[in-house]
Design a protein around this ligand. Structure first.
Ligand code: TTP
Length: 385
């Protein structure tokens, strides 16, 4: 039992309750404010009793819970808290796989001599997060990632659960199919429609029938249904920066052309950030002039970003501060660094209407890789790789 899944409870809401005693014990709803078209990021367990949950339109949340206390998210604060929690986790093992801002798998295989059994490590982490950070964290312990995550979700809030082999035999088959990682609401509906409600129902169903609903995931899901999961805990060793630059076929100094190229580069960088579920706090504009002198200008933000237009706006504002009169440009680049994992929804951070557009375009491009989807003004610059 060497895999731990650690997950803070109602993360954003708990931070707000921690910092403001008046909010404790009350239905706190973090996200867009009532009257806007945004969604709920998360809510306190008190608000969950009213049926409020993440990703719900805030208008629905308000109908369900008019006495709720609606608060806009303070992303920089949550990132700072998250960093402190992870630094506690990192004291126990280098084998940490961060899943999101408040969730990680730990492989504590090699840590028992130093820190005791998995249970002792989990208890100590819970105690330290409570005492040093002021938050509750739920921890699941098991032989693999699937069961450890299941254990923490079953134990929430402020839980600790060890998923034993006995539970794999007796408890796992009785759980609803939606407890299997990767089975989303639409798949649940399709399974329910043919009478599959529990994991046991799933295991009893013929594979060719499951294939029609689960497709290429069938074998993997059947393995999970039996409590087997061979995926290792993989520490993230990702990029330190995401950048894109282009050497122009001819040196230019026309601002309109330069801006179009900047927009094209911003789109490429934004796509890559979102593709890797990253956001950047620092944006750097790089210009090389015809005499080969090179100039870098950076801006560091309080809140990390990944939206094409936000990246463009920042690069554009950096460009405006550079005097390029009388000079010609031969290379333009945008670098994003100071990367953090995407902190899920960030309602109302930037009021760009293109927010969902970016995501839609990413999905379209993934489905139709050869299609050219970009602002019409940029088709000419389609040679940026
Ligand atoms: P979760 O871990 O999914 O949820 P949670 O910590 O709020 O609650 P639970 O106790 O059930 O684990 O998400 C972590 C944070 O990510 C959450 O506090 C807010 C943010 N988030 C969003 O902004 N939008 C979303 O749709 C979700 C699911 C989370």
């Amino acid at each position: 039992m060497d895999i731990l899944h650690c997950d803070l409870d109602a993360f954003y809401a708990s931070v707000e309750q921690r910092d403001n005693p008046d909010l404790r014990g009350k239905p706190v709803i973090i996200g867009a404010l009532p009257g806007s078209r945004g969604v709920v990021a998360t809510c306190s367990y008190e608000a969950r009793k009213y049926g409020v949950h993440s990703a719900m339109p805030v208008s629905t949340a308000f109908k369900l819970c008019p006495e709720g206390i609606f608060i806009k998210p303070n992303i920089p604060k949550y990132i700072a808290v998250s960093e402190k929690v992870f630094s506690i986790l990192e004291e126990y093992t280098p084998l940490i796989e961060k899943i999101s801002v408040d969730e990680a798998f730990l492989n504590v295989e090699g840590c028992h001599t130093l820190f005791g059994s998995s249970l002792e490590i989990a208890l100590e982490i819970k105690k330290r997060v409570k005492e040093e950070i002021g938050l509750t964290i739920s921890i699941g312990i098991a032989d693999n990632k699937f069961l450890a995550k299941l254990a923490s979700s079953l134990s929430k809030p402020d839980g600790l659960l060890m998923f034993t082999p006995d539970m794999v035999q007796k408890l796992l088959p009785t759980l609803p199919v939606q407890k299997i990682w990767g089975i989303g609401p639409n798949t649940v509906k399709s399974l329910n429609n043919i009478g599959i409600y529990t994991i046991e129902d799933l295991l009893k169903t013929e594979k060719n029938i499951l294939n029609r609903i689960l497709g290429s995931n069938t074998d993997f899901i059947l393995q999970l249904a039996e409590g087997k999961d061979t995926r290792p805990v993989e520490p993230y060793q990702g990029a330190k920066s995401v950048s894109q630059e282009i050497t122009l076929p001819i040196d230019i100094n026309n601002m309109e052309e330069i801006n179009k190229i900047l927009l094209r580069l911003s789109i490429k960088v934004g796509e890559r950030l979102r593709g890797e579920k990253l956001q950047a706090k620092t944006i750097t504009l790089k210009l090389r002039f015809s005499d080969f002198t090179t100039l870098n200008r950076s801006q560091t933000l309080d809140e990390p970003v990944d939206k094409n237009l936000v990246i463009f706006e920042i690069a554009h504002s950096l460009l405006k501060k550079i005097n390029i009169k009388g000079k010609k440009i031969r290379l333009i680049g945008i670098k994003t660094s100071n990367l953090v994992g995407n902190i899920a929804e960030q309602p109302n951070l930037f009021d760009f209407k293109a927010d969902n557009l970016d995501q839609t375009v990413d999905e379209l491009k993934a489905r139709f890789p050869s299609a050219k989807i970009m602002p019409a003004s940029l088709l000419k610059y389609d040679n940026i790789k």
